[in-house]
Design a protein around this ligand. Structure first.
Ligand SMILES: Nc1ncnc2c1ncn2[C@@H]1O[C@H](COP(=O)(O)OP(=O)(O)OP(=O)(O)O)[C@@H](O)[C@H]1O
Ligand SMILES: [Mg+2]
Length: 365
């Protein structure tokens, strides 16, 4: 059992604020992703959960017990360091035994525990080989094994696949996720790769500039981004943003932008102020009847779909269009927007106007 709660946690290094009041909950058994660009505070957050840094303020709870100021040894949380941090001159068995022997575990018990973990990871046949001569993948498995043998309550992993090439990385990511599903141990995994976070995570926290921008399932974060930052960071190609200063007329269901008409979802009608209209590339389609027109600047053929870059009166847009109708550079095409999938943002705050946020912004208008 390991449920981890982060409540208003803040971390300062001198005058510098590395993590601002952050709150989120990691449920027992979750594969939980900490996602964000370089320097946003991911590693600092992970280190605070493991006890390698102490929060300046706020609380961290492990299964309901406050652990904020406890040393790592009293937390029972394994921090999987750079996966290659092993003893290269020792064999696999000794690398796996080391954490247990140093805890004073009896020899027979160490032996059976190492056998069990080697079985979980599928490395029984390399137990007597020195780590120095192993392939990258086997070393990763041994490094994981070193964390697993101690039976910790939770695993912290800081960009564990960061040093690997793309193909191998994907393979190890799948293996890690499968391993998690067998063991069901709470895992907090840091990455700056949005695709990795979407593919592997049960839940994702998106951080930017020391702040938690959003916390939710991959689907919630993709479909209902809370901020422009999240909308831009998640998804490839990124969401298109079109700015306008005005009001979405009550009941109109559409806005007029530089002479082009774009539908908006019902719950956004009535929103006012300087707004940004966001639409994902896959929510734009060909439309013969549509009044919206764009000139094709570039195309990228991807099989069933094509990524088309378009010049429109509202700036450059990227659309993921059906390949059944191939676009040609230089031609002008009619486009339609899936109104229900459009997101409006308040330009000044970057916050999405929807559900609970919606009411607040409407009240200001
Ligand atoms: N011990 C420290 N002393 C001073 N500043 C620090 C310390 N540790 C981290 N920082 C700063 O805090 C900020 C957040 O660092 P952190 O390592 O948490 O970022 P990150 O999201 O893990 O970035 P990356 O993706 O590059 O690993 C950075 O600006 C970093 O320079
Ligand atoms: Mg880091």
């Amino acid at each position: 059992m390991a449920k981890i709660e982060i409540k208003n946690v803040r971390k300062e290094f001198g005058d510098f604020v590395a993590v601002r009041e952050s709150s989120f909950t990691i449920e027992d058994g979750e594969f939980f992703m900490l996602l964000g660009p370089s320097g946003c505070g991911k590693t600092t957050t992970l280190r605070m959960i493991a006890g390698l840094e102490l929060p300046t303020s706020g609380e961290i709870y492990l299964d309901g017990e406050e652990i904020s100021q406890k040393p790592p040894s009293q937390r029972d949380i394994a921090f999987v360091f750079q996966m290659f941090a092993l003893y290269p001159h020792l064999n696999v068995r000794k690398n796996l035994s080391y954490p247990l022997v140093s805890q004073g575990m009896p020899r027979a018990q160490v032996k059976s525990k190492v056998a069990e973990v080697a079985g979980i990871l599928g490395i029984e046949d390399i137990l007597n080989r020195p780590v120095g001569g192993l392939s990258g993948g086997d070393r990763q498995r041994v490094a994981l094994g070193r964390a697993i043998v101690r039976d910790p309550k939770a695993f912290m992993m800081d960009e564990p696949l960061g040093a690997l090439d793309a193909e191998f990385r994907e393979h190890m990511a799948e293996e890690l996720r499968a391993l998690h599903d067998r063991m069901n141990a709470t895992t907090v995994y840091v990455t700056h790769d949005q695709l990795e976070a979407m593919q592997m995570g049960d839940k994702i926290v998106v951080m930017n500039n020391a702040v938690v921008e959003q916390f939710g399932t991959p689907q919630e974060i993709y479909d209902k981004p809370a901020t422009m930052f999240v909308a831009d960071f998640i998804g490839s190609p990124s969401m298109n943003f079109l700015g306008f200063d005005g009001k979405v007329a009550e009941g109109a269901g559409a806005i007029e932008l530089n002479g082009q008409t774009i539908g908006v979802p019902r719950q956004m009608q009535g929103a006012a102020g300087e707004l940004v209209f966001g639409v994902r590339p896959e929510h734009i389609g060909f439309s013969d009847s549509g009044g919206y027109r764009g000139k094709v600047l570039a195309t990228e053929y991807l099989g069933t779909t094509q990524i088309v870059t378009l010049d429109t009166p509202n700036g450059e847009l990227k659309a993921r269009l059906d390949s059944a109708q191939l676009a040609t550079v230089g031609e002008t095409v009619g486009l339609g927007f899936e109104a229900s999938k459009v997101t409006l943002f308040d330009k000044a705050s970057g916050q999405a106007l929807r559900s609970e946020l919606n009411h607040e912004v409407l009240a200001h208008g």
